[in-house]
Ligand binder design. Structure first.
Ligand code: LLP
Length: 431
């Protein structure tokens, strides 16, 4: 099948893939492979689509970009310019967000299993803290009583594309269960906290609206209980991220209009019914904003035909994109320099790592593929580079940002020397 792009920023020009007006062949000639490439226009478009869909139904909205999906400085800067807030899960993410220019009050820290020195760092940087356990809360107020605090609730309704990414429910390590939520607010209030938020995040890669609604009903009920029993008013209510995107061609996207209409319809009616005032309605998507804006380009170095299988050997493996191996995730792959050629063979796409599991795709139809061809792995903008490693001592690859026919290197390729960074030999081994 001839490649027909699902998005207009990915184009087929005479059989070659262009991203935001830039030829991927030109990019890889210049920067080599493997190579992550991100479209600035697509990131902005995703952000604006979501913002506009939500704003149709309520004025006071906030989008916290979930930095864990992609923490490249350029991506953070684009989203800061768009007016995003930011969801951070580690001091490192807070550090990067501050470097990208986010104001501390726009950063919400949602960590789990947080150390005291990390709490100390958060207090010093002045970001808003979303507590994940009573233990964390008690340790925090010993260090400092913040003016504003949020509590992550486990609404006991979870969802997600794989069990590893379901973040609510009885077996989940995240959040505070209903039975203890009021207690957490009570402790915070008694310690002197003045302003409050409430938060949940049920999982990742969710393509239907239903689980969001069920969990939101629960969160609103819990907020009602806290309001009634402690008189607390919420400044914001954060309904989490998890908005899914289609990875397979033809897969139905999350209906953004339905999501916005139903979530905000419910929100507006319940804040009235429960006397919750007019809190900000917040979401914190990562994948939805950056996933389809990124591709991973990888070169074919080996064609191996065994009596049983045909393998395309490429120069990127699960060191650079772990999702297929970690979650059995599907990523659509195209031959970026043969987009007009019909698919005629079935191949596995194999990475260069010494593990049998280093397979990026199984039994995929492709045109005849040759050594030197260029593959593009789509939907690699979220949980791609951020989950990469130097496994097998392979330096990490470079990253490029493109926009309207322009491009810029936003992350240098690591060198062999980088494999030595920070390593030392003990003096008894130096000779
Ligand atoms: N908020 C919290 C508290 C989260 O834990 C997460 C994701 C998000 C927001 C953003 O979720 P998103 O909108 O991107 O679905 N590595 C996995 C995904 C792990 C997500 C972890 N938490 C993957 O590649 O599918």
């Amino acid at each position: 099948m001839v490649f027909i792009s699902p998005h207009k920023f990915l184009e087929n020009r005479d059989g070659t893939l262009y991203i935001d007006g830039v030829s991927v062949v030109e990019l890889t000639d210049k920067f080599d492979t493997p190579l992550y490439v991100l479209s600035e226009n697509r990131i902005r478009e995703n952000f604006r689509n979501l913002r506009d869909a939500l704003l149709k139904h309520y004025d006071k909205i906030r989008i916290y970009y979930s930095a864990k999906a992609n923490t490249s400085l350029a991506v953070l800067r684009i989203l800061r310019d768009e007016g995003a807030y930011l969801d951070a899960v580690s001091p490192g993410e807070v550090f990067l967000a501050l470097k990208a220019g986010f104001q501390p009050e726009k950063i919400l820290f949602t960590g789990t299993s947080v150390r005291n020195d990390e709490l100390d760092f958060l207090v010093r940087t002045n970001v808003v803290i979303n507590i994940d356990s009573i233990s964390q809360l008690k340790r925090l107020i010993k260090i400092h009583v913040p003016e504003i605090l949020s509590v992550r609730v486990n609404p006991e309704i979870g969802a997600g594309h794989h069990e590893h990414v379901i973040t609510a429910g009885r077996n989940s390590k995240f959040g505070i269960c209903e039975a203890d939520v009021a207690k957490a607010y009570e402790i915070a209030k008694e310690a002197g906290v003045k302003r409050f938020g409430i938060h949940m995040h049920i999982g990742s890669g969710i393509l239907s609206v239903e689980p969001f609604i069920l969990a939101a009903e629960k969160l609103l009920e819990i907020a009602h209980h806290v309001r009634r029993s402690l008189g607390i008013k919420f400044e914001f209510m954060d309904f989490g991220g998890g908005l899914g995107v289609p990875y397979r061609l033809g897969e139905k996207p999350l209906n953004l209009e339905e999501y916005s209409e139903r979530m905000l319809g419910l929100f507006r009616s319940k804040i009235r019914e429960y006397d919750l005032g007019e809190p900000f309605f917040c979401v914190e998507p990562g994948r939805y904003i950056v996933c389809d804006a990124g591709i991973l380009l990888t070169r074919v170095n080996t064609i191996k035909i065994t009596p049983f299988k045909k393998f395309i050997g490429v120069d990127a493996g699960f060191n650079l994109l772990v999702r297929p191996v970690m979650y059995g995730a599907y990523h659509h792959i195209i031959v970026a320099n043969r987009l007009n050629q019909p698919e005629e063979e079935v191949y596995d796409v194999a990475g260069p790592l010494c593990e049998s599991g280093d397979i990026l795709a199984r039994d995929r139809p492709f045109p005849g593929v040759y050594e030197g061809d260029l593959l593009a792995i789509l939907n690699a903008g979220a949980y791609g580079f951020v989950m990469s490693s130097q496994y097998n001592s392979r330096p990490r690859c470079a990253e490029i940002l493109v926009k309207d026919g322009r491009y810029s290197l936003i992350r240098e390729r690591e060198s062999l020397e980088d494999l030595l960074r920070g390593q030392r030999l003990p003096e008894w081994l130096e000779h």
